[in-house]
Design a binder for this molecule. Structure first.
Ligand SMILES: Cc1ncc(C[n+]2csc(CCOP(=O)(O)OP(=O)(O)O)c2C)c(N)n1
Ligand SMILES: [Mg+2]
Length: 694
């Protein structure tokens, strides 16, 4: 059979079917060619994805970053060929890192032929930043659905702040596809619970109910009543029992669009590997190529030319162009006209939207940053942070965030007049209450950031573990998210080892692209925020003390602006030329200063280096790094209330690290400092030992 030149004689529904089967066969061929990948789910969900894209979504393939586009999230990221097919068939254009719309396709047929190969724009899983049209990176199951809740919160917040009568600048929806795996993951439950509470009616999750995961039938491990679970979360639950029924799917999505005050959960009963005579409904269809013979048999079932590969029949691209293409272009041009008159009426709001889209900061964003006077008693990192956050949130309208139920401890609550709490009835609130849901919080912060809102999330540093998978994705996606982690070390004292982070700094420092900052006094906290706020493509973690830290007298010590270089010389012996270097971060900085004073008093030429951030320091020039840590000075002591892991790189093989080699203990902080050796005398003694001057 030939599929060329038949399109013009085809009915609308024949063209629908042809398009659906094109998505299916592209997926089959790409996986076969790559000798790896996941064909079964694209084969099953091609009709769903076709319907969402070609009949429902307002998305202009010519401008995939148009701010009011509907969002599509493929949370079961292993089915990435669905996305590559549809991005290709819609002719979605590429955008570069400077937000310029390029002429070339986001995903070419050649990319699909080279599915999963180096440099291909059709990688194994959807990669934000790498492929235009991908709204978020997915693959770790559960992350996509959880991130989508952040996108939905962002839409509500943006609408509340920027829409005006007659100006619906932000009224987009978020369509999400997920499978059994996503719904088994805890993060999805956290996020669904939050979305239900917030009544996010702009959010629709479609659940691919195929009863199959990798090990076999879901009866092995997943037998709960998912529908009832979502009803209990407060979602509207719909069901379509035939994943091939485009009209029913469309109808259900129409119900979603008119449902108010509740998110929608659409259960779609499907057959993994649909059309494959020997693999349909089996786990074998999930994650391996069908095999040449099965490919032929399957294509025969689809009434597809059996030998054709990567075939896009005439009429298919045109069918997408007439559907999503035309609808998206019309919607965008209406919006562009609307935005032009909005700009004329509300120039300031329009310029905020422009700045936000480019991840710029408004003029005067740092005008409220405090300066803390020298104070021996000092102030806790978290308290300094609270002051900074409140200042920033007032000077940056689209800066918002919150804590996973620890606002009063993290000091992240925005307390100024009018800050408000984000709730269903108050979508303009800037305090987000994530509840005790750290993992969903971090994913939601990602979703907010993907929506161009500047967002932070907070909890105790110890519970960064509960958020880590989403923080990792933040880094992978190059998002400027901010995580505020307080109770940074042993400061949690009596709460004991369950609450005392040890390995967390090392673990976060190991994530490529993530900036960790552990400021040593209140003014370093300010400078840390100043640095972080200017990041546009990197996430940051701020690690802050619970207990007061002395505010150093910057007339005596170097300015805290050194934070922007990751590490800097805080104090030197008279005349410079140190013989020993003490390196410290966070609460240990003042400890190092005290040890330094003792050493100086004994005639030992000591230097103190404040090192709040390894990552930032590592990116300085070699000359700068050598000026801070002179290669000739081998006597180096690092002090940090955390795992010693990794500090060798700065102290070298002749240096020494005073850190944690065990878990902490339950006791008042003072007793812990003694027990674990975080005392000035000990630091000074180690320094002298290294110098052979005990
Ligand atoms: C967090 C996480 N754990 C495990 C995996 C490995 N994995 C990929 S797909 C999959 C099974 C998913 O089943 P389901 O979501 O039902 O997908 P289907 O096979 O039905 O498409 C697993 C365990 C993963 N990608 N992410
Ligand atoms: Mg499944």
């Amino acid at each position: 059979m030939s599929l060329t030149n038949v399109a013009e004689t085809m009915t609308e529904s024949e063209l629908d079917q042809l398009s659906v089967d094109t998505i299916r066969t592209l997926a089959i061929d790409a996986v076969q060619q790559a000798k790896s990948g996941h064909p079964g789910t694209p084969m099953a969900l091609a009709p769903l994805v076709f319907t969402i894209w070609n009949r429902m979504m307002r998305f202009d393939p010519m401008d995939p970053i148009w701010p009011n586009r509907d969002r599509f999230v493929l949370s079961n990221g292993h089915a990435s060929m669905l996305l590559w097919s549809v991005l290709h068939l819609t002719g979605t254009r590429a955008v570069n890192a400077d937000y310029e719309r390029l002429g070339q396709p986001s995903v070419s047929l050649e990319d699909i032929r080279r599915f999963r190969q180096i440099g291909s724009k059709a990688p194994g899983h959807p990669e934000y930043h790498w492929v235009s049209g991908v709204e978020t990176t997915t693959g770790p199951l559960g992350q996509g659905v959880a991130t989508s809740v952040g996108m939905a919160i962002a839409q509500k917040w943006l609408a509340e702040r920027y829409n005006r009568p007659g100006f619906a600048i932000f009224d987009y929806d978020i369509y999400v596809v997920c499978g059994d795996g996503c719904l088994m993951e805890g993060v999805a439950a956290e996020a669904a619970s939050l979305a239900g509470h917030l009544g996010l009616d702009n959010l629709c999750w479609v659940y691919d109910n195929n009863h199959i995961t990798i090990e076999g039938q879901t009866s092995l491990a997943f037998t709960e009543d998912v529908a009832t679970r979502f009803l209990a979360y407060g979602w509207n639950v719909l069901r379509v029992s035939d994943a091939n029924d485009l009209d029913r799917i469309q109808q259900a999505l129409g119900v979603f669009q008119t449902t108010k005050a509740r998110p929608t959960f659409l259960i779609l009963d499907s057959h993994i590997g649909y059309g494959s005579p020997h693999k349909q409904d089996s786990a074998a269809a999930h994650g391996e190529p069908l095999g040449d013979e099965e490919v032929r048999l399957t294509k025969r079932r689809y009434e597809w030319p059996e030998e054709a590969q990567f075939l896009v029949p005439d009429g298919v691209r045109e069918h997408f162009a007439a559907g999503v293409g035309a609808r998206g272009a019309a919607a965008r041009s209406r919006w562009t006209a609307l935005f032009a008159s909005y700009r004329a009426t509300y120039p300031e709001l329009a310029s905020e939207i422009d700045q936000m889209q480019r991840r710029d900061l408004p003029a005067g964003w740092d005008r409220n940053l405090p300066v803390f006077p020298a104070d021996a008693k000092g102030i806790a990192g978290r308290d300094a942070s609270g002051k900074v956050l409140n200042g920033l949130a007032q000077s940056i309208p689209w800066f918002l965030g919150g804590s996973a139920d620890l606002g009063p401890s993290n000091k992240t609550t925005l307390t100024y007049d009018g800050a408000g709490s984000f709730q269903a009835g108050n979508p303009g609130g800037k305090n987000l209450h994530f509840g005790v849901r750290e993992h969903a919080m971090a994913a939601v912060v990602n979703g907010l950031s993907l929506s161009k809102v500047r967002a932070f999330g907070a909890t105790f540093f110890i519970f960064s573990d509960y958020a880590r998978p989403a923080i990792r994705l933040s880094a992978l996606m190059e998002l400027p998210t901010i995580f505020v982690f307080t109770h940074d070390a042993l400061g949690d004292g009596e709460d004991g080892p369950t609450h005392q982070p040890v390995e967390h700094l090392a673990s976060l420092r190991a994530i490529p692209g993530l900036v960790t900052l552990r400021p040593g006094d209140a003014n370093e906290v300010v400078e840390a925020y100043r640095y972080v706020m200017q990041l546009r493509h990197q996430p940051a973690v701020l690690v802050l003390s619970r207990q007061p830290l002395p505010t150093l007298d910057r007339r005596i010590y170097a300015p805290a602006a050194g934070v922007a270089r990751g590490a800097y010389v805080l104090a030197d012996p008279p005349g410079g030329n140190p013989e020993v270097v003490l390196i410290a971060s966070g609460s240990e900085l003042s400890l190092a200063v005290q040890a330094h004073d003792r050493l100086l008093a004994e005639g030992i030429r000591s230097r103190v280096v404040s090192m709040p951030s390894w990552e930032i320091f590592d990116h300085q020039t070699e000359a700068y790094r050598d000026s801070v840590l002179p290669p000739t000075v081998k006597a180096r002591v690092a002090v940090e209330q955390a795992s010693t892991f990794g500090w060798e790189r700065y102290v070298g093989s002749s240096g020494h690290v005073i850190g944690m080699r065990t878990f902490g203990a339950s006791a008042p902080l003072k007793a812990l400092q003694t027990k674990f050796g975080f005392e000035p005398d000990r630091v000074a003694a180690v320094a002298k030992e290294l110098l052979g001057k005990p």
